[in-house]
Design a protein around this ligand. Sequence first.
Ligand SMILES: Cc1cc2nc3c(=O)[nH]c(=O)nc-3n(C[C@H](O)[C@H](O)[C@H](O)COP(=O)(O)O)c2cc1C
Length: 388
Amino acid sequence: MLKKQTIVLGVSGGIAAYKTVDLVKLLKKQGFDVFVVLTQSATNFVKPAQLRRVTGHKVYTDLFEPKFDYRKILTKRKVEHIELADKADLILIVPATANLLAKLAHGIADDFLTTTVLATRAPVMICPAMNSNMWQHPAVKDNLSRLQSLGYQIINPVAGMLACGYEGLGRLEELRKIVAAVADRLELNTSLKNKKILVTAGPTRESIDSVRFITNLSSGKMGAAIAAAATRRGAKVRLLLGPKDFTTGKDLLALVKKYAPRFDLVFHTAAVGDFRPECSRRGKISSHKPQELRLETQVKILAQIKKFNPKITVVGFKAESGLPKKFSIQPGADATVYNDVSRKDIGFGSEDNEVILVLPGYTKKIRKAPKAKVAIALIDELSRYYHW
Ligand SMILES: Cc1cc2nc3c(=O)[nH]c(=O)nc-3n(C[C@H](O)[C@H](O)[C@H](O)COP(=O)(O)O)c2cc1C
């Protein structure tokens, strides 16, 4: 069973804050685990105790606890708002005041909520609600477009009767529509329901003799993350993971030949060694004298896949030591995903990745994030491009 997804609900000091008790109930009904952060102003509209009851979790209001002692942080290496920012699968802000929009647009981090938002790598959805004159103010509009350019998703307010007595734009979007947008954003959509996806991952091993081999640093984590993300979207997925499901490049080629005709899409993330020893010797080569090792080049599996199934969509992965100035799509592929293996903080073996997706006429950088999130973002981009 999939782990429950975590929503961090940020509540700022608008009148619509009183609706967040019902919002939490709806989110929980959808199966989300919800943690709430309130701004000081928000506590005037909704009580932390009410939200504690409905979420079953502590409600966060203060960046610094009353008896804050920094030495505890240094021994435990735990900071609450960072832990919460990391735990979030999505941060949802309901309602977002004009004040909060301004702070987030400028990277201000002066309370628990704004600090958490700045620290997270999760998607952030913002639901503003305010008086219609405030909503129309050029300062608010500027802040909104800045927030959008920073990648925050805005759910615009709707027209209706406002708490201040005005009638017009500024009313919080309906709660059930907000919940539907969250579910959509968190891949609870099944856009890949009818897709069969093959994923190759991990390293190859080419024997030198019976006990030695040449391999590479690939861990298979990126491919495994893509397989998990595609499964979550409803696709039927087959993961070919080296060195468990295959050992050599030849083994993988045979598997790809077998499976490609049955699949719609292949993510070829496996790090297939470019070379293999010209001949592998039986037994163990004696270590008494130096040996010469001649390497021959391997067949490029990527270039073969469409021969096995001309209709299959092929997404290739290219590990580069430093990124090129110009990106191109590899022969035999429909899309290429570049990653820079010269960086220690991403790529081979690391938990994080940062990639560039290249499609015909379209290039998109997917910023550094845990591989699970990069996988989702990649699938999102491809889904949008191909209208899946
Ligand atoms: C009764 C009352 C209702 C308010 N409603 C809103 C609102 O709906 N939207 C908004 O942007 N600000 C509203 N404000 C103003 C915010 O509370 C104020 O800007 C505050 O500084 C926001 O702080 P926060 O963003 O840290 O929560 C309201 C203020 C009062 C007194």
